[in-house]
Write a protein that binds this ligand. Structure first.
Ligand code: LLP
Length: 422
């Protein structure tokens, strides 16, 4: 049975594949804006003071991040280079949150120079930080949970087996040190999960966080400038999964913040969220081609989407819907693989695919906007794909495909090799 053409922002994937080649990342600009507006509407409808930051690690193309910054988003940066990305978007100071891990002296100095909101994940680095300089605004990433908080595909982000955040027993010491060093504005942060699906989880961990920080703030006598509950909003990678009810998430968090602030005698702080996946995940697609259909121990659809084009399936066992453009109806069990010489590259070991799939068909890997292109690499000489943005019915290249010259350009080579490369 012929199925309708798959389109992205009104343009058929067949046209995109022809015009730009494959593998290709394609993003729907309007979907990104809608995702941002849906969440901010829900948060602002339930709580008066809200700030939203885009976790730029999810997709770092500046043209993508710009869509969100134009909507009013700040940026959550994980490294000095991500701070520079945020600055290139015209952001500065507290419109950038800097949440790093195992930060070196150079990393700390870079954040201080940029005047960002420092979100510190380890009280042990405070001595080094304050010997280099003093942030005006700071928060601590707290690991609030006694239990591991994992979500279906991912390792825990909080709890005893997570590497993140400050242990509850060090929270008071951390804030005391910050106050003694004259930090003016103090917030509190957590990032307990990613790809979370139950609205009640967000309120639950917010309550745990405020129960931890409340008594500390009272004892040390400071007001919380903000409570940042991280990102983590899940998206339905499986078609049968319902979308997350962000209105319920926002309502739950707002009610919990009010309740806990009243209980602990705190002034109600600004509410901050820093999602990545929720904004860009379902707005991105990987387009590939069926190159071969191999009949062997099983039927293997060979495509030019390899494990290094999109790492999530082999890295986390993550599920992505995969559609074959224009095909539908009867299905048969098949595997799908890329072009890399290792078996891990069979990134779908078995799934039902349209039985009439044929060489040259366009393959569309759905929900690839978050942690897709940023996690691609050039293993086997299969180079990083191009990216296109579709907006207002038009497509444009926002990153060109890597070339062989890119691949060798950072090698420091002897003259004879350089000569041959010329
Ligand atoms: N804030 C901080 C401090 C984070 O570490 C992260 C993600 C976010 C915000 C955004 O989380 P999100 O809203 O996207 O869940 N590579 C994995 C996900 C790793 C998330 C890392 N931190 C994946 O492909 O699913």
């Amino acid at each position: 049975m012929q199925e309708a053409e798959i389109t992205i922002g009104g343009i058929s994937v067949r046209d995109l594949a022809e015009q730009y080649g494959t593998p290709l990342y394609a993003y729907d600009a309007e979907r990104i804006r809608e995702n941002f507006r849906r969440l901010t509407r829900a948060l602002r409808g339930n709580y008066p003071e809200v700030s939203v930051f885009y976790a730029i690690k999810a997709c770092n193309n500046l043209e993508i991040a710009k869509l969100l910054v134009d909507e009013g988003s700040g940026v959550d940066a994980a490294s000095p280079n991500e701070i520079r990305l945020a600055q290139a978007l015209g952001l500065s100071g507290e419109r950038i949150i800097y949440t790093g891990n195992s930060l070196s002296d150079e990393d700390l100095a870079a954040g201080l120079r940029a005047g960002v909101n420092f979100n510190v994940d380890d009280h042990g680095i405070l001595k080094r930080l304050f010997s280099i300089g003093k942030p005006r605004c700071m928060s601590f990433r707290i690991n609030p949970s006694g239990e591991d908080i994992a979500t279906p595909d991912l390792k825990p982000f909080a709890g005893p087996s997570a590497k993140f955040g400050i242990h509850p027993r060090h929270v008071e010491e951390a804030y005391r040190t910050a106050l003694e060093n004259g930090v003016e504005r103090l917030g509190v942060h957590m990032m307990p999960h990613s790809q979370a699906h139950k609205p009640e989880n967000f309120a639950h961990v917010t309550g745990k966080l405020l129960d931890l920080i409340g008594p500390v703030a009272r004892k040390l006598g400071f007001d919380l400038a903000f409570v940042d509950i991280g990102g983590g909003l899940g998206i339905p990678y499986r078609r049968e999964q319902p979308p997350l009810d962000v209105e319920a998430v926002a309502r739950g968090i707002a009610a919990m913040v009010r309740k806990k602030c009243a209980e602990h005698g705190l002034k109600e702080p600004r509410l901050v969220m820093e999602p990545g996946r929720y904004f860009v995940g379902d707005a991105g697609y990987v387009l590939g081609r069926v190159i071969s259909i191999k009949q062997g121990y099983k039927t293997i659809i060979g495509t030019d989407i390899s494990m290094n084009t999109m790492a999530r399936p082999v890295m986390y066992g993550a599920y992505h819907e995969v559609r074959i453009n224009g095909r539908g109806g009867q299905t048969a069990p098949m595997a799908m693989t890329g072009q890399v010489c290792e078996n891990t590259d069979m990134w779908i070991p078995e799934r039902e695919f349209p039985a009439d799939v044929a060489e040259g068909d366009v393959v569309v890997l759905m929900d690839a906007g978050a942690y897709g292109h940023v996690m691609s690499y050039d293993y086997n000489g299969r180079l990083r794909p191009a990216e296109v943005l579709i907006d207002g019915g038009k497509s444009r290249l926002i990153r060109r495909r890597d070339t062989f010259e890119d691949m060798v350009s950072r090698m420091c080579l002897s003259d004879d090799i350089k000569e041959r490369l010329r």
